[in-house]
Design a protein around this ligand. Structure first.
Ligand code: DX5
Ligand code: ZN
Length: 219
């Protein structure tokens, strides 16, 4: 099983001090920075674009894990790669039958590619693309905002995915995103997840370092 990583989401950070936020995350032991990009079309909210990624890039050498909650993501890949993204994840629901091409497109830039599935999307919808991504992002909340409660049934999807990857000799990362806290992170890990996204749990904490350590101790 791949090493378990903690990837705090900057969705819950102070947008007026994002450079400081990523520096603090790195200082407090984060393994990656999860960047939640919302375009106001795929999801109602709008958060930030590639400019925010390029703005934080010089403030951390942690991998930037860009989660595109965007329609037509294929048109946005180059901007985020040029901004400094190390992983670009697109939603299967936004790609339809072109998912394989979009993944190939991401990889053609020399960065890792991820596929995200929302809670109501079965793994079967991704089909063969499961074997052609570096990371599977299983949404444990409906995409569009932070601070929601983890949807328990999504754990079974992670377990199903981990069994698929093991059966096929794949070391694909499984990331889970949404509603993860110190209380439920052990169950998330037990379901086969190895990259933990946490936004509000980390940024609402009085002691960010202690919370990141507590998450890591439980996985
Ligand atoms: C939803 C976002 C959030 C965020 C994590 O669209 O993707 O899940 O990353 O938010 P918390 O950890 O606050 O649920
Ligand atoms: Zn996310």
């Amino acid at each position: 099983m791949n090493r378990t990583l903690i990837a705090p989401s900057i969705l819950s950070a102070d947008f007026a001090a994002m450079g400081e936020a990523v520096k603090t995350l790195q200082k407090n032991g984060a393994d990656m920075i999860h960047c939640d990009v919302m375009d106001g079309t795929f999801v109602p909210a709008i958060t930030f674009g590639a400019q925010m990624v390029s703005a934080i890039r010089p403030h951390t050498d942690l991998p930037l894990d860009v989660h595109l909650m965007c329609a037509d993501p294929q048109n946005k890949i180059a901007d985020f790669v040029n901004a400094g993204a190390d992983i670009v994840t697109v939603h299967a629901e936004a790609c339809g039958g072109a998912l394989d091409d979009v993944l190939r497109g991401i990889r053609s830039y020399g960065v890792r590619c991820g596929v995200a599935v929302s809670p109501d999307t079965p793994l079967q919808k991704i089909g063969g693309s499961l074997e052609r991504c570096d990371m599977l992002l299983i949404m444990s909340v409906h995409p569009g905002r932070g601070g929601q409660k983890l949807i328990e049934r999504t754990l079974a999807k992670a377990d199903e995915a981990r069994r698929f990857f093991e059966r096929n000799g794949l070391s694909t990362d499984i990331e889970m995103d949404g509603g993860i806290t110190e209380e439920n992170v052990a169950a998330v890990k037990a379901a086969g997840v190895n990259i933990i996204v946490a936004g509000s749990a980390v940024f609402r904490s009085a002691d960010m370092g202690a919370t990141i350590r507590a998450l890591r101790e439980r996985v």
